[in-house]
Design a protein around this ligand. Sequence first.
Ligand SMILES: Nc1nc2c(ncn2[C@@H]2O[C@H](COP(=O)(O)OP(=O)(O)O)[C@@H](O)[C@H]2O)c(=O)[nH]1
Ligand SMILES: [Mg+2]
Length: 425
Amino acid sequence: MISSSLPSPSFGISEAEMNEMSSVLQSYKATDVLAQVEGMLEQMTSVTLNIAVTGESGAGKSSFINAFRGVDDEGPEAAETGVTATTQVALAYPHPMAHNVLLWDLPGIGTTSFQPGTYLEDVGLLKYDFFIIVTADRFQEYHYALAKCIMQAQKKFYFIRNKVDRDLEANAMRRSQKGLSDADVLDHLRANCEKNLTMCQGGKPRVFLLSCFDPQRYDFPVLQMTLLEELQGHKQHALLLSLPNLSATLIQNKKKALAGAVWKRAMVACLSSVGVGNSLCSIIPKVMDTLKSYQQAFCLDADSLHRLASITGISFEVQNVNKSYSNALESTLSQAVPVQQVLAKQLERRVPVLGTVIAGGVSFVACYFLLTSALKNLSEDGERVMQRILLVAVSKQKYCLDDCECNQSCFGIQGSHLSTMFTHV
Ligand SMILES: Nc1nc2c(ncn2[C@@H]2O[C@H](COP(=O)(O)OP(=O)(O)O)[C@@H](O)[C@H]2O)c(=O)[nH]1
Ligand SMILES: [Mg+2]
């Protein structure tokens, strides 16, 4: 991921970024600017996205929460699932990739004593950003009553028709007699749900058909993209970074979102060295933290790869990259090449604090180049992992490979590079 040679000058700092920096960073004092930039980053990460998941008991709320978070139902961080497991109070489950994205498992609805108004008050309606209403059967009057109360509170909701795998299986026999395809069955199911909801709701309701047992299929990815599109600002940013690498576009969007904060991360790393020897080595811990967060955002950290392996059945070989990261980092930061020095001089004229820190401009430029380069390489690694998963999924479907062959495909993360070798062990 990080080469020990310096990135090319094409990673230059844009005029827009220079303007942004020079307009907001006026102080000459490193401690002031550090606090200011840390505050800006804090604003971005301190926001919490609260997603409420409701529906009848047994509809698959807890399973949905696990699937959305990419965790196994049996895993230690999972919401408890099962026919007898019922949630009496709202429980929050943080997304493992983004702890500020909380999925709330709400108590079941639909009993005879169920009252949408008091239910929503009891679970704290106002704290949620939006609601997911899950059913595994027909949408009923009470689903609509609940949705109406949510709308009255100016909140959004999304209808989920879960367990479509079960419907497809149950219809398999009849289907083969009638010659209906899976797509026909799903279309029929969708039309039924929409008709049902239109009778209560009017307009064209949106229904997402999915199976929590197979979160890569059906409408699961569309739902995730819809939620993302309908959020804004820092909450959208939080959800974006928590999503699996669904598509090359999504990966590019992650890269773009992270790239917008590169100068802030580089500034914090560079100014953090002030007072602790002012040396380039003291920059490394901060840069390493940022690199680890990038690795996580592109689902390339050990935890993400293990989670992916438990969902897809494809095992990933992860190597500890810390050592190679910091070696490459040290050599990159210690090489001040002319392009960095020229850029640093330009910057120091516009961002006064960089001129007051010894080697401030140069180390800032080096950090900036390095993070930009890492972002590019990690996003490419993320795309390669995604393509491999797609490849395996397609070959699984197309050639019905036996489990043994698929489950033992292995991708190695070699040092800082993702091996593109596709090996059977
Ligand atoms: N076939 C199938 N079963 C599911 C699906 N989602 C959940 N289940 C099962 O339905 C049961 C109830 O799920 P759970 O998530 O505990 O429902 P909750 O009471 O709404 O939280 C469990 O046995 C799950 O394994 C799905 O998409 N397909
Ligand atoms: Mg539950």
